[in-house]
Design a protein around this ligand. Sequence first.
Ligand code: GRF
Length: 217
Amino acid sequence: MLKVGVLASGRGTNLQAIIDASEKKMINAEVVVVVSDNEKAFALERAKKHGIDAYFIDASNKEKHEKKIDEIFRNYDVGLAVGAGYMRVLSPWFIKRWYGKIINIHPSLLPSFKGIDAQRQALEYGVKLAGCTTHFMDEKPDHGPIILQAAIRVLPDDDRDKLAERILKVEHQILPRSIDLFEKKRLIIEGRKVKILPGDSWLPKYSYPDVLYSYGY
Ligand code: GRF
């Protein structure tokens, strides 16, 4: 079974989606450890509730912070690291050590609206389609090779929170599915692109109408 280490800074609903998919056996993967840079992150509580080891690691010294994460992930034999609302930019040192084994979820259709509060950025820009993206992390934030994307409509009465909530529901699908594809060795990184090898699909069993899921979902 694939061992997953999760980095999270906040409420941890994406972490929860991974835990739920694992407990329901939708993915042959389990979260073995959760690390947060925020002592009060609800993600840490969620982990503990499910008997998963969880660590707060102070980030006032970035180098020490990342060395500790690296050490913990190696001690837990983590095969895939997942950024699930981890609000820091990882250093090139860390990325090099984990490249190809570290993914992230971002609440926009990349490369649009990188960085903080992507949903508000999208709304204020006036886009008509919004969505989310999973990608392998590289040295630039929200930049690495894209694994999956899902698009939803922006509705006339959307505000930031309504839009974010609908995007989040789909994040909770494409993140576990991306882990599933990784575990099944169906993701081949070719430069900037990720080739997805043919196989099963989650579309028939776990999709919403009005959402456009990228190939591989
Ligand atoms: C999500 O929208 C994620 O895409 C972004 O931060 C948010 C984290 O939410 N990177 P949660 O902590 O998983 O609930």
